[in-house]
Design a protein around this ligand. Sequence first.
Ligand code: AFP
Length: 332
Amino acid sequence: MDSRLSLEGMAGEAKGLSEEERVAARKILLAISAGAREMAGLLASGPLGGLTGASGAVNVQGEEVQTFDEIAQDVFTRTLRGSASVALLVSEEREDPEVLGGGSGSFHVAMDPLDGSSNLAVSGPVGSIFCVFRPSSRKTGEPSTDVLAAAVSPVMAAYVLYSVSTLLVVSFGQEVRQFALDLSRGEFLPLPGPVRFPEKGSKIVSLNAGNASRWREGDQRYLRSLDGTAYTARYVGALVMDFHRNLLKGGLYLYPGDLPKDSRGTGHPEGKLRLLYEAIPMAWIARAAGGEAVDGHRPILDVPPVHIHQRVPLVVGTASLVADYLRIATTP
Ligand code: AFP
């Protein structure tokens, strides 16, 4: 196995894809890497570029849109359109799927163009998340329906981490590879891989304990169970960063749902994270790296997508830590 497979090499060796699909997947990967390179440059200039801060708009999720959310939306829509391989594009920033190139591309893509954007105000890490799906054979003519039918079987998932270095992490389902942006060459170069959750890593737990009083009893019990154990708390508030650290060091990320509104909750029992462009791609990458992802009960990859902006509780990371969570949180 080549420990330093290139981006193109990864697409070329992807299993279960036709030759035509491999070509399309390669183009999508290159489009993501081109967009990531552009975003890395813009983000690096930070406050000096005058682009940090709120745009004044509110997105489909009811969240304040940052100027960089819109920039990332435009950058990746442009590069993915340019790949001529994407039929439908679902984005956190757009209410409806966008048909690209007449809808004739080989794949659908769901993306969170800029994850963790509240970190921008403090020059903290942010990310971009992508999931690539094979269009459903049950074409209905209705874009959302087709994306939902397709979303049960990803073909490729990737994320970009913009931090002290810019990393691109990619999986076609069999393994996970990392690439680092070489600023002098302006391209992503392979790091040794594949990457897997370490069998005996440190026990990092990433969660927002400030929300705990709104959680269900099982999740609160899990949090209490950590007291006095050898766990270490680390939480950046950007899924990509928290997931990536736990992937390399061993750990668990937890964003549960809330109690119903009338019992101390906010009425968000489905949590905050989005199924199509946050939970499914991270679950797909976690599985390929020997980890696991659940919604508190069942595997994320078994959750039926019913809405393109559907939210879902997410527990993802080292398989044994996810198993510990399930044992404690689901057993009164
Ligand atoms: P933003 O993009 O609004 O910053 O949200 C990021 C995010 O979706 C995910 O990346 C974080 O893990 C999570 O929300 C943080 O949410 P809390 O601030 O509620 O902990």
